[in-house]
Each structure stands twice: as C-alpha cells, then as structure tokens.
Design a protein around this ligand. Structure first.
Ligand code: KG4
Ligand code: ZN
Length: 336
C-alpha cells in the first residue's frame, strides 16, 4: 500500500526573516512565503533584536496567509507544524513559537520542535535525497561545524569553531571596509573582481576538526587600521579576495581530512555562507578531486527560510519527535 503523503507547515523566525512554508514528504516544496527585514536592519549595521521581534509580530499572520494562499491549502490540510525552537534571538524565536503553538492548539495538529541547524542541513533534502554516512558542513552567521550523519536525524559533531563563526567574520570584515549589512554577500561579490594579494594567516592547520576565525578577523582589522594610519588606500576587491581565499581554505583543510578519515558517501553544505561562490567552487572542486558526491542548496535555501524547517520537521515527525504546548524557545542550544 502506498504511504499517505505528509504535509508539514514549517515556521521560522529565529533572526530577521519571518517565514512559513508547506513541504510534502520532506522533499517537495509546495509554497513558501518569507518577509525579510534586511532593509530595516541595514541602517544599524546589524540585526537589532527588539526591532526584529516587533516586525515578526507585525508580519507573522500576513506571511502565514500568503503561504496558505500560494499553496492553495487550508490549515486543515496540514498534517503537522514544525517550528524553529532555537537557537536564535529569543524575542524573535518566541513570536514564531507562540504562532506555531496557537495553530497547533486551534487546529489540533502535532507540534514538532526543530533545531535551526537541523533545518539548514535538511535544506539539502529539498534538492536531492541524503545519502549516509554524510558530512554536513554548517557555515552560517552563528555556526561553523562539521557534522556527521549516519542516518536521518542522527547527528554527530566532528568539530566546530573555537571562537567566531565564519559568517560573523565575513560580516565583521565587511564592516571594517564600510560595506553595509549583511556583509557576506558583498564580500563574496567584491572577491570575484579582486586578487588575493594581501597576506593573511590561515587558521588552525592542526589535526582535529575544529576551526578558529578570530585571528583572521583581527588580522584584517589590523591591516585596515595600519593602512589607514599610513594614509594608504585599501583595495577592497583585493582584500575581499584575500580574506575569502583564507576563510575558504580554513574550511577545505578540515573537510579534506574528514573525507579521507570518515568513510563518507555524501558532502552537503548548510547555512547562509553556503551562498558564497568562493566556498561553493572550492567544495565542488574538492569533491571532484576525492570522488565523493556533493550537494549545495540553491541560494534561496541557504539563507533562513521555513522550507528547510518543514523538511527537517518531516524527518523529526517520522522519528516521533513531538512536543507539547510547554515547548519553550532557546537562544542557545547544541544540535548534538
Ligand atoms: O544561515 P544564515 O542566513 O543565518 C544564520 O543562521 O546565521 O547566515 C547568515 C550569514 C551572514 O553572516 C551572511 O553574511 C552570510 O550568511 N552570507 C554569506 C553570503 N550570503 C550570506 N557569506 C558569504 N557569501 C555569501 N554569498
Ligand atoms: Zn540560519
């Protein structure tokens, strides 16, 4: 007998995107609606938590309606509701969680708690089936981790950053050369027309799977200050290219080690920095060289969105991970 199709409504509000999505069987995106606050926070050079929460409140019912309309579905047609419970900005998380709990209560639908990073990982499932064992390279504004999965919803952390996240580092570097928030995409774009002429240190070449980005960040800040003091003009394109080369190399060194040691079938990339053209190219090249399957989600699934939460929610639901209405948001939480 053919299994019944499962439709999950995903809800994501952990930072500055309010997003709802309906995904069928964890793989097929039926419809997504997202309201981004980037233009609001740009003015402040970063996300202002209180402003983010207030805008989530303003947008949340509008975005839900838009998603249902796009999908041509009603709440009654949905099987369960998957919600990002953490990590993220606590005020922002709470708005999405309260909305999800209210919908769960009114429509009597199971509530599925999803870790934000599990969501980023499962963005890949919207593109191609996951093959185990796999390595998830998680690169976002708050995380830089290598996670091994031997099955669905089975996560083992191989290593992670000892200090700053890679996305945080992109954004900081952008800020010191006066690029607006969010800096990552701007650095990535500038890097394509620059040459890596500035000498920057490659962090952590040691034997484990950990990363460190604070030294690279400080090196860029010092370089910019020194050049300014000497009244020398910074070549922004070249600095962006130099920074991106080192940041990408730091990741590649450890991924290469993991592919060689961990008997992996599939490499996937997750999180906002997966949108970096430099990182994408380097990972595709490495996978080709070491003959391992690779997938990187299209840009729309790399940054925060509810489709990835609905996809992760499907596998969590199948795994029996259902929460009650006492579920709370967590600003910090480890995936594994
Ligand atoms: O996953 P995400 O949307 O939010 C978090 O969960 O953190 O990641 C946001 C991060 C930011 O640091 C942003 O600058 C970076 O992803 N980012 C990029 C690119 N697009 C977004 N970094 C490098 N190149 C890009 N094209
Ligand atoms: Zn994210």
């Amino acid at each position: 007998m053919q299994e019944k199709d499962i439709y999950i409504l995903g809800v994501e509000s952990s930072c500055d995107e309010t997003s709802f999505s309906i995904v069928k069987n964890g793989k097929i995106e039926i419809a997504t609606a997202t309201s981004s606050q980037i233009d609001i926070h740009k003015e402040y050079g970063g996300v202002v938590p209180e402003i983010a929460s207030r805008n989530h409140i303003k947008n949340i019912t509008i975005v839900l309606d838009e998603c249902l309309q796009k999908a041509n579905m009603k709440m009654e047609d949905v099987d369960a509701i998957a919600i990002t419970y953490g990590p993220g900005l606590i005020g922002s998380l709470l708005i999405g969680l309260e909305a999800a709990k209210t919908l769960s209560f009114i429509y009597n639908k199971p509530l599925i708690p999803v870790h934000h990073i599990a969501g980023h990982i499962y963005a890949n499932s919207l593109v191609k089936p996951l093959q185990f064992p796999l390595l998830a390279i998680v690169v976002s504004g708050g995380h830089t981790e290598l996670i091994k999965m031997t099955d669905h919803y089975n996560f083992k952390k191989l290593g992670g950053t000892l200090d700053d996240a890679i996305g945080e580092c992109y954004d900081k570097v952008a800020r010191v050369i006066d690029l607006p928030y969010p800096g990552g995409p701007k650095i990535d774009k500038l890097a394509t027309s620059g040459e890596a002429t500035y000498d920057l240190p490659v962090p952590l070449r040691n034997d484990d799977y950990n990363f460190s980005f604070s030294g690279l960040k400080s090196a860029v800040i010092n370089l910019v200050h020194n050049e300014k003091q000497r009244n020398r003009e910074i070549n922004k394109e070249d600095l962006a290219a130099s920074f991106q080369k080192v940041a990408v190399e730091s990741i590649i060194i450890k991924v290469r080690k993991a592919i060689k040691n961990e008997n992996l079938k599939h490499i996937i990339v997750a999180g906002g920095v997966a949108a970096s053209s430099g990182l994408r190219e380097a990972i595709y090249n490495l996978a080709k060289e070491l003959n391992v399957d690779v997938s990187i989600p299209p840009i729309k699934y790399c940054t925060d969105n509810a489709a990835m939460i609905a996809s992760a929610g499907y596998y969590a639901y199948k795994d029996g991970r259902i929460a009650d209405l006492y579920l709370n948001s967590k600003s910090t939480d480890n995936l594994c």
